[in-house]
Design a protein around this ligand. Sequence first.
Ligand SMILES: *Cc1c(COP(=O)(O)O)cnc(C)c1O
Length: 442
Amino acid sequence: MNTRTTLKINENGHLTIGGCDAVDLAKSFGTPLYVMDEQYIRDMCRVYRDVIANLYGGNGLVLYASKAFSCMAIYKIVEQEKVGVDVVSGGELYTAVKAGFPADKIYMHGNNKLHSELEYALACGVGTIVVDAYSELDVLDAMAAERGKIQDILLRINPGVEAHTHHFIQTAKTDSKFGFSVSDGTADKITVYALQKKHVRLRGYHCHIGSQIFEKESFRLAADKMMAFMAEMKQKYSFIADKLNLGGGYGIWYTEEDAKVSVPQYAQYLEAVIEEIKAKAKEYSLQEPFLLIEPGRSIVGEAGITLYTVGAIKEIPGVKKYVAVDGGMFDNPRYALYQAKYTALLANRAAEKATEVVSIAGKCCESGDIVCADVSLPKAETGDILAVLSTGAYNYSMASNYNRNLIPPVVLAKDGKAEYIVRPQSYDDLIRNDVIPPRLQS
Ligand SMILES: *Cc1c(COP(=O)(O)O)cnc(C)c1O
């Protein structure tokens, strides 16, 4: 099992999360069910926040990348942990605002923000908008002028560091729909363009080099390139960027192939970055910028598990054994999207040794509807409770009603108690917006 403390096995041989018996949770709330460990989320917020406080004089802010898991309660939790958020759509912004999240601590992203989304962001008083297009600068400047205000912005920059799970590369050419590239001069040009605008105030730069990254050096290199770019902008245009946002991407444990990073070890990523920023600030005689980071997956990913009930079991002799559960790609599309890997176990027999390799299939009408391929389990039987681990990020937030399956509810577990933070859907929810026009009525 992984290194976190949230998952344990109790005297009945049942898996527990946040002090709650997973088998009891399945009984009380039904399956499929998402369970999130509140303390883990809080601990992860604190790890990052404390590094900025202790090593950088508090001159920065952790932003939770809420696309990883968005619902009203999570915005409350991170607000209580003195963390800001980033949002990437009007819908995420709406959820944050409805939860009472302070707008000045919201950063808004998006490579193609809609006019309606920008209007809404201005109306809400969103603190910072991370601009990613010339047209966006024009629109935003005009909108801010109309309101008689000056909107703080960052520019999304591509520093030429591409990180992938187990390696990273420096690239001269970048092919990405995100950001303006330093290497081809477009980052320089958009800076000049932004500085001419009267109703936006350029505060600095943002980059995000990838996701599920374990290499400290890739974050350090990104910081290095961004500081060099900031020095260049100061030298050429006397522009002093006072904010630097280095995005998210810290990796988490899904299977034995991934590094096991304990909660305190996450601090080291940020320590490396801060070391680099301080050194470069000295080297280039720059002020140390206000530092932002945007962890998403690492805050909520390992905090979450999904519970299912085992249904049909099908063995194809000599080929494979499928264990089907009452969920599938509608609650976790990540295998269907990119063959994501997970670890599963039987929550009601958590202490038993694995004896066979099976694939966990969902209940959707797609042969690609797999929850996890080739996982080791004890011999599963119909009625067992299956737990898939590390599902807190990009599962609920990517869920759909495909096949008109209901999106599972989410419960928050803490100190042996659990309660809904997202209630179950009903069949009525599925037809709530359906319309039969009169001409079809007969
Ligand atoms: C997705 C994303 C993040 C969060 O990435 P994680 O890998 O979940 O930490 C942060 N910033 C931006 C701009 C993103 O697109």
